[in-house]
Design a protein around this ligand. Sequence first.
Ligand code: ADP
Length: 498
Amino acid sequence: MKVGQYILSLDQGTTSSRAILFDAWGSIVGVGQKEFTQIYPQPGYVEHDAVEILESVLFAMRQAVAQSGISARDIAAIGITNQRETTVAWDAHTGLPICNAIVWQCRRTAAKCEELKKTEWVGYIKKTTGLLVDPYFSGTKMNWIMENIPTAKKLAEENRLCFGTIDTWLIYALTDRKTYVTDVSNASRTMLFDIRKLCWDDKLLNYLEIPRQALPKVVDSSGVIGYCEAAVLGEAIPIAGIAGDQHAALFGQCCFEKGMIKNTYGTGCFALMNTGTKPIDSENGLLTTIGWKIGDQVVYALEGSAFHAGSAIKWLRDELGIIQSAAECDQLAETVEDTGDVWFVPAFTGLGAPYWDMYARGALLGITRGTSKAHICRAVLESIAHESADLLRLFEEETGEKLCGFRVDGGASKSWFLMQFQADILKTKVEKPSCLETTALGAAMLAGLAVGVWENQEELSSIWQLGTEFLPDMPEERRNYRIQRWHKAVERSQNWVE
Ligand code: ADP
């Protein structure tokens, strides 16, 4: 470990851009943050202004460095992690976007995806890219731009069109257009990348009419790929780590061994399991993805997500108004012995794996005259744990191996009650690290490895610090009862929209 050297991690998220400066112990020495505009041009559409994103990143970088009081000369490298799948298109001659970025949440290609789902492409896409057909992924977004933005076709003919995810766009700009790359983890979310052969898939590019020369070179997640221009921070600094946000969190949680799992409790829940050097094809609707690539070694992961987690707590606060803050939900939940047999299912927009029911809707069941807001808060927190438990049990099914603990992060992992209940209901250990900024830390670790701030993964594992460990402590009978009732509640929420 090179003490005295620092890594600047850029965490470009969906609603804000953050920059965090880490020292060689993995401690935070400076933070910068800037929100940017969410653009909703019509129902179901979500866009960002890529230039505004870039400006917010520059602001956050400078703020983090200024706050730390550290000289740019002592920053050994920059790591980048980003909202995944969001797609930018720009002109190589001007370096300017030709339209707003299409955000991962945007559903504008839903019809195209429905059409695709009726063809044999579904099987091909699953086998080649590890993904299920969905508007989230960048491929159909690029296809939409080719079909709907007249400049795109023209620029493509002149070989000036550049497509990229946010990592690519930022690196292109920070290196003053010298470096046009993406890493394997971001590439594996485009629905265009062959996750076994590690290259863009020509058949999919042809089908979606995306010119191959409009795509970046795919590089490792750790390695110097270019230099952030001196104009940005006063010194040229190597950019040496790139990973999509969930992949970076898996790395930042030091889930380096096959079978290790992290679950992030943010707006939704994202669980990823390291499956080692071989991809596992899921039978249960989990996604197969690349965790990271370092040198010759590719690490694969299985990914499952629940659409609503922390957002259910926000719903209690903003729509029902029965709590003032997310932390109050936790406090109220602890004031009652149990939920009073009240059950909540957070299927606001349907249910994901393992149910895959887009017609399900949120449900609050078992209410009596004695039901209080404390019971409801407790039922909401329990529902988040049940959803995650359903996902994590799928990991067990896919690998045939029993869960032996997992690591957690994200805003809602601050809830003591939720984490203890999670350990109880899954009958496994839940480990919360002392640093919850695992996404930014993961990108910093990937960059720091490349420039020798850290020697190897063993050294990184030694800087990961356990904050709190939650051990299962619930009688078997009670656990089984709660699981069985949860599943009954899920059944009642299903197939609701006609
Ligand atoms: P994202 O990155 O998806 O925006 P975060 O990881 O920042 O999400 O987490 C935000 C979520 O965490 C919010 O939806 C909020 O409800 C939840 N949250 C924040 N603090 C607490 C708390 N003390 N207890 C429970 N939930 C919390």
